[in-house]
Design a protein around this ligand. Structure first.
Ligand code: ATR
Length: 289
């Protein structure tokens, strides 16, 4: 049955994404394609929820029996207080982007970092005992750092505001006691050695987004054995990914990350393997890429 096209019935399950703004979200395209491909009778809809309305929105989710929802800016931290359970990793990260309604119990997860791991694995990266260079110290960086820290040998955090990098460093050291973590600013001198030594370089900052500065990486420091990923997807091929590809490194763009993060949410909600290809196709069709 074609559930995506007017096949909504009394048994159709509802999933959602809440945020503000929400008009730009690509998640409905990705998740509805996944439900359709997996032949699950469900729809996924966006709701603009303003900050003061979060509590009521979550009560509404409970009352209406919404099966699961994604949470985006600005609610990823505040949502925690509205939930019944929080997964350990999401608790460590301090934010939630996926909620599962488990027979009335709302459970929070964070798939931002899991999406990065899934993307790296799909690209053929080894995760164990690797040296990671991470740009950024905000929510996305926290999620990626916590997910990758379980496997990594070293993590270097480079951020415009060094105090925030140090905060993330302390947070990681508290949870992963034996991990070697460093925090530095963004000058190209301070990070040159880190770039050369890194097995995996991840830009989890806004750098490289349309109109913003690029991460200060010299192409000569990049090499073919590296994996370089970027959470930015506007543009899809950032300057960082362009120079990394030219240097022979394996690259992972922001759309791949977005799809894999959505795939992790889908798997939490349905217990089924996500139809990744259909999800990728949906986003390509939506963005005409
Ligand atoms: P998210 O939840 O997407 O991670 P965030 O928490 O606002 O968003 O974090 C954005 C990250 O991008 C931060 O690390 C920020 O650096 P600061 O901690 O110094 O603010 C980084 N960032 C944003 N704009 C930047 C710019 N123009 N140059 C360098 N870093 C930038």
């Amino acid at each position: 049955m074609d559930y995506s096209k007017c096949a909504i019935s009394g048994e159709t399950e509802v999933y959602a994404v809440i945020g503000d703004p929400i008009g730009h979200t690509l998640s409905p395209a990705i998740q509805n394609a996944a439900f359709h491909s997996a032949q699950i009778n469900a729809v996924y809809v966006p709701f603009r929820v303003r900050k003061p309305d979060l509590k009521d929105a979550v009560r509404g989710m409970r009352a209406l029996g919404v099966k699961g929802f994604n949470v985006t800016i600005p609610h990823k931290v505040e949502i925690i207080r509205q939930l019944d359970r929080i997964d350990h990793a999401a608790e460590d990260i301090g934010s939630v982007n996926t909620v599962l309604n488990n027979d009335g119990l709302l459970c929070g997860y964070n798939t931002d970092g899991l999406g990065a791991l899934k993307s790296l694995e799909a690209a053929g990266a080894r995760l164990n005992d690797q040296s990671i260079l991470l740009f950024g110290a905000g929510g996305a960086s926290r999620a990626i750092a916590h997910s990758i820290a379980k496997h990594a040998r070293t993590i270097k955090i480079a951020n415009r505001t060094v105090s925030k990098a140090k905060q993330l460093q302390r947070r990681l050291q508290r949870t992963f006691k034996t991990l070697d973590v460093a925090a530095v600013g963004l000058s190209s001198e301070s990070i040159r050695d880190f770039v050369q030594e890194a097995d995996i370089i991840a830009n989890a900052s806004s750098m490289g987004h349309d109109g913003l500065v690029d991460p200060p990486i010299e192409q000569s420091c990049l090499h073919p054995s590296q994996f370089v990923l970027d959470i930015v997807y506007k543009p899809i091929k950032t300057k960082l990914l362009t120079i990394a590809q030219e240097a022979g490194a394996t690259t992972i763009n922001g759309l791949q990350m977005l799809v894999n993060q959505g795939a992790c949410s889908f798997e939490i909600w349905t217990g089924k393997k996500a139809p990744i290809d259909a999800m990728h196709d949906a986003i390509r069709e939506k963005l005409l890429v």
